[in-house]
Design a protein around this ligand. Structure first.
Ligand code: FES
Ligand code: FES
Length: 171
C-alpha cells in the first residue's frame, strides 16, 4: 500500500527493539504494529477505544492502541503481547490464562492479559474486586469473565513463585 504524501520517519521502541517506519504521525499505533511490524497480538475490535482488544503497554500503562497516534507513542516504551513471553517460555500471566482455560474465541484476551500484567506489576496480590474493577473496561463477548478473573488470581500465584525462586537463587 502506498503511504500518503505526509508520511514522516518515525521511531518506535517496541518490545525492547527500535523500529523505523514511515507513516503519517497521526496513524493509530495499532495499524503500525499490525501492518508494518507484523505484531498481531493487539487486535482490532471497535477501533474507538471502547473494547480493549487493542491494548498495549506504553511505559507500563495499559493503553488503547487504536486511539493512540504514532506521534504519542514515539519515544516511549511500547510492549505488546509478543513482548511478554515466547511459545516455549510463556510469561506467567499467559500461562495462567491457558491453565484456567480463560478463552472461548480468545479475541479479547490480548487486552485482558496486557491489562492484568500491568495490574500485577503494580499490585502483586490484587483482591477479586480490584481485578474486576481493573478489567471492567475490557469487553468479552463470550462471557468468560469468571475464568478470566480466576486466571488473574492464578497469575498472581505463579508470579509469587517466580519471585520466591529468584530470591532463593540470590540467597
Ligand atoms: S479496538 Fe481499541 S479499544 Fe476496541
Ligand atoms: S473469549 Fe471471546 S471475546 Fe472474550
Amino acid at each position: 500500500m502506498n503511504r500518503p504524501s505526509n508520511s514522516t520517519p518515525l521511531t518506535l521502541n517496541v518490545n525492547g527493539a527500535t523500529h523505523f517506519v514511515s507513516a503519517d504521525a497521526d496513524t493509530p499505533l495499532l495499524y503500525l504494529l499490525r501492518n508494518d511490524l507484523a505484531l498481531n497480538g493487539p487486535k482490532f475490535g471497535c477501533g474507538l477505544g471502547e473494547c480493549g482488544a487493542c491494548t498495549v503497554l506504553l511505559d507500563g500503562m495499559p493503553t488503547r492502541s487504536c486511539v493512540t497516534t504514532a506521534r504519542v507513542a514515539q519515544g516511549r516504551e511500547i510492549t505488546t503481547l509478543e513482548g511478554l513471553g515466547t511459545r516455549t517460555a510463556l510469561h506467567p500471566v499467559q500461562r495462567a490464562f491457558i491453565e484456567e482455560q480463560a478463552a472461548q474465541c480468545g479475541y479479547c484476551l490480548n487486552g485482558m492479559i496486557m491489562t492484568a500484567k500491568a495490574l500485577l506489576d503494580r499490585d502483586p496480590h490484587p483482591s477479586v474486586e480490584t481485578i474486576r474493577c481493573e478489567l471492567s473496561r475490557n469487553l468479552c463477548r463470550c462471557g468468560t469473565h469468571v475464568e478470566i478473573v480466576r486466571a488473574v488470581q492464578r497469575a498472581a500465584e505463579l508470579l509469587a513463585v517466580c519471585v520466591a525462586e529468584r530470591e532463593g537463587e540470590r540467597a
